[in-house]
Design a protein around this ligand. Structure first.
Ligand SMILES: Nc1ncnc2c1ncn2[C@@H]1O[C@H](COP(=O)(O)OP(=O)(O)OP(=O)(O)O)[C@@H](O)[C@H]1O
Length: 246
């Protein structure tokens, strides 16, 4: 199953928590001097340098943002941090379980929402009751209870994204890596999303959100900007205004 990296089991009996709140001094992901260049398949094709010395640290219970323009390398970085894409250089260290919500969803069209969660839940090593409890909690939180028996390819874009997010959250990971997680959400769901991230952070879960545009800067512990293939901490005054052209 592509969207988890398991280094320890951490599925709690309580579906909506049970974890102690985290320690913001304890790192859960550390990336140092990450490098990635895409080679061309064609003999005289162009190579694309995506990352050249990108470094970041994410601690328990932190909400960290990564912003950057289209093509700046955000998804490349996230895939390397999750462990589904090989890097050319640098190091990545992870502690605990990782939940990943990719930009391109990896859901099977012909399965219902419930079947999807059953499939991923079993892949995560959860039993039937754990899956049912957690799914009930997530569907209630994100408001898609009435679609549990709907096929994935019959969902609206926003509900599809809610299920995509729920797959990443199903096994109560220690770190959540979310690539443009609120695309397609209506305003109410967008607010619910932030309530949920607050609640998860209080449980000690570290959350990394990648977006080309971050609006509510106060919610984040830190925001990195991906520019010239590297990460730089965004200055507080710059965080107060949206990036030009958004
Ligand atoms: N498989 C690939 N082969 C070749 N080049 C690639 C590949 N994947 C990404 N790239 C290139 O690497 C660069 C970074 O891409 P990436 O998708 O990481 O950017 P991004 O910041 O996530 O973009 P967006 O905001 O548009 O989603 C881009 O120039 C892109 O065209």
């Amino acid at each position: 199953m592509p969207n988890i990296q398991k280094t320890k089991t951490s599925i709690d009996a309580v579906p909506d928590g049970g974890k102690e709140s985290g320690n913001k001094d304890e790192w859960v992901i550390r990336g140092t001097d990450i490098e990635k260049t895409y080679d061309s398949w064609l003999p005289f094709g162009r190579t694309v340098e995506a990352l050249d010395g990108a470094s970041l640290t994410v601690n328990e219970a932190e909400l960290v943002g990564i912003v950057g323009g289209n093509g700046s390398g955000k998804s490349t970085l996230m895939e390397i941090l999750v462990g589904v894409l090989e890097r050319d250089g640098g190091t990545v260290e992870r502690r605990g379980t990782v939940g990943w919500c990719p930009q391109e969803t990896l859901l099977y069209d012909r399965l219902t929402v419930r079947e999807t969660m059953g499939l991923f839940g079993r892949g995560y090593g959860m039993d039937r009751d754990e899956i049912a409890d957690r799914l009930g909690w997530l569907a209630d939180k994100l408001g898609y209870e009435e679609y549990l028996d709907t096929r994935i390819d019959h969902l609206s874009g926003g509900n599809h994204q809610k299920v995509n997010l729920s797959v990443a959250l199903l096994h109560q990971p220690d770190v959540l890596l979310l690539d443009e997680p609120y695309t397609g959400f209506d305003w109410e769901t967008y607010q619910t999303f932030w309530d949920l991230t607050d609640e998860l952070a209080k449980q000690g879960i570290a959350i990394v959100i990648i977006s080309h545009f971050v609006e509510e800067h106060d919610r984040f512990d830190r925001i990195y900007e991906l520019q010239d293939h590297r990460l730089a901490l965004q200055e507080p005054e710059k965080q107060a205004v949206p990036a030009e052209g958004v």
